[in-house]
Structure formats: C-alpha cells, structure tokens
Design a protein around this ligand. Structure first.
Ligand SMILES: Cc1cc2nc3c(=O)[nH]c(=O)nc-3n(C[C@H](O)[C@H](O)[C@H](O)COP(=O)(O)O)c2cc1C
Length: 279
C-alpha cells in the first residue's frame, strides 16, 4: 500500500500531532527514530524571526489571520520542510483575542486568501488542521478547491478545548466531504490506532506520545537519556529540557517522586542525577 499526501511519500500512517510545547527539535527527531511517519512542528508565526531547526524535515505549521509574511517565510524554509500546514484549530485565549486558529472559521474570505498564497508559494504539499465547527465542512471544501492536499480534523469544538468526547461522526462527515486524505486527531493511542485507520487515511498522535515516543513502535530505546543527548546537541534551553524530563517521568514507576525532585533541579547535571536510572 502506498501512503501519500500530494507528492510526498510517507513510510507509514501515524504522525506526530502539531503541539507547541512538546515538539522541540530533539523530541521530533526522537519520534522519527521511534517510527513516526511524519513530524509536525507546533504553530509558528510567519512573522517570527526565531531561528528554526528543521533537521527532521517536519511539516511546518503556520498560523495567523492575514497573508502578511507568508510568501517570504515559505520561500526561506521551503527546502527544509516536508510539507506546510495551516492552523485552523487553536482554541486558546490568545487565538480568541487575535482572531486566528479556530476563531477564524467565520472569516472564509481570509482563509481563502491565506490558503491561496500558501498554495502558490510551494510545490510541496499543503495541509490544514481544523476543529469541529458550524463552518468546518465549508472550509474543508474551500481548501480542497484551492488545492490543499490533506485535511487534519480534531473533532472537538472550541468550547470543549481538549476534553470531552471527540465527535467521531463529525470527523467521518469531513472524510466524506472531500477526496483528499484526512488525518484524524483526538485521543489517539496505541489501543485505537488500528481501528481509526480503518476509517481515516492517517492519524495524529498527540498527548499519548508526550514523554512516550516509544508509542510509535520501532521498539528501540527512545527514553529520556536519548532525548537529553539530542537536546544537548541542539542546545535546547534548560527549562525546555526540564519540562521534557517531567513529561518522560510520567510514564515510569515512581514518576511522582521523580517529579518532586525535578522541580528542585537547576542544571542539566541535576536532571541527569534525578533521571539517571531511567534512561
Ligand atoms: C500541549 C499541546 C500543544 C498543542 N499545540 C498545537 C499546535 O501548535 N497546533 C495544533 O494544530 N494543535 C495543537 N495541539 C492540538 C493537538 O495537535 C491535537 O489535535 C489535540 O491534542 C487532540 O489530540 P490528542 O487527544 O491526541 O492529544 C496541541 C495540543 C497539546 C496537548
């Protein structure tokens, strides 16, 4: 079976969901090593002047409510990404204030303009990730007409945030509304992946893989020790490494005790000492 999004060939159907805080370069590389078919970055502003490390050749997710900066940003990074994604799902207070993410759904014209610019700025695939809403079906149809290559759907409403039941039937309605591949998101874990892949083309693994890249299944060591090596190599900030140590401690016996100790850490050496026996 061939797994494809536009002209991009994928080695499998299980992706790392876009997540702002967990998806640093070291974590993305680890997920790839663990067997993940495609890594997504967290939402990124095309106006950002930060330096991006894209060694894993990820899907780079953009957000915003105007076309400003998109063309030049995409030109700058196009050769370093596997595909481009646009965020139509963020339910945060900041997104509400700035009118982007899931709060853009009423602004069909703005969405159209942004997706057209993205489509025209690359030969690589372009995807969108959307939430459940009254306009979501209209939006995915517009996106498909513009030439968007796949749709990611997290079938929860803005007010549900990240909890409550994922509306599987709504995701199926999205799947039926378009001919491009659909990536399912929402409470995906090792117990339901196979079943969901009977109905959808790809899945996003989100919270279930935070601190647990082994969920991607390659059966090799992708524990915190491996994360730390990559984080040091890529010179990640101490506070990011500490945050990930907390995440990795969640899946292990005695994790609560470890976290109590991690709170006190002030250096990478401290973290190593606390996590030492959990490589
Ligand atoms: C910490 C965190 C950060 C997230 N950041 C993003 C983001 O930047 N862009 C995005 O499209 N979705 C983001 N999401 C949503 C996830 O991609 C996913 O759709 C959602 O968590 C539901 O999947 P899950 O139940 O498997 O976690 C984030 C989720 C979490 C938990």
């Amino acid at each position: 079976m061939r797994y494809e999004i536009g002209n991009l060939k994928l080695k499998n159907r299980v992706f790392l969901a876009p997540m702002l805080e967990p998806n640093d370069i070291a974590f993305r590389l680890l997920c790839k090593r663990a067997g993940c078919g495609l890594t997504y970055t967290g939402m990124t502003s095309p106006l950002s002047r930060a330096k991006f490390n894209l060694e894993d050749k990820p899907a780079l997710q953009l957000f915003g409510n105007s076309t400003k900066g998109i063309k030049s940003f995409m030109k700058k990074y196009d050769s370093q990404v596997s595909l481009w994604d646009f965020n139509l799902g963020c339910p945060s207070k900041l997104s509400k204030r700035l009118g982007h993410g899931a709060f853009m759904h009423e602004d069909l014209e703005d969405i159209r303009e942004i997706l057209k610019i993205m489509r025209a700025s690359t030969k690589k695939p372009v995807t969108i990730k959307i939430r459940k809403s009254a306009k979501a079906i209209d939006i995915v149809k517009i996106a498909e007409r513009i030439g968007i290559d796949a749709i990611g759907i997290h079938a929860r409403t803005i007010s549900q945030g990240y909890s409550g039941k994922v509306d599987y039937d709504f995701a199926l309605t999205v799947k039926a509304a378009v001919n491009v591949p659909v990536i399912f998101s929402g409470d995906v874990n090792e117990n339901n992946i196979e079943k969901i892949l009977e109905d959808f083309d790809f899945v996003f693994v989100g919270r279930a893989c935070i601190g647990r890249p082994e969920i991607f299944g390659n059966n090799i060591n992708v524990g915190f020790g491996e994360y730390l090596k990559l984080a040091k190599k890529h010179k990640l900030f101490f506070r990011q490494i500490k945050y990930q140590a907390m995440n990795f401690s969640k899946g292990i016996v005695g994790g609560k005790r470890l976290r109590m100790k991690l709170i006190e850490t002030e250096s990478i050496e401290d973290i190593k000492t606390v996590m030492g026996r959990n490589k």
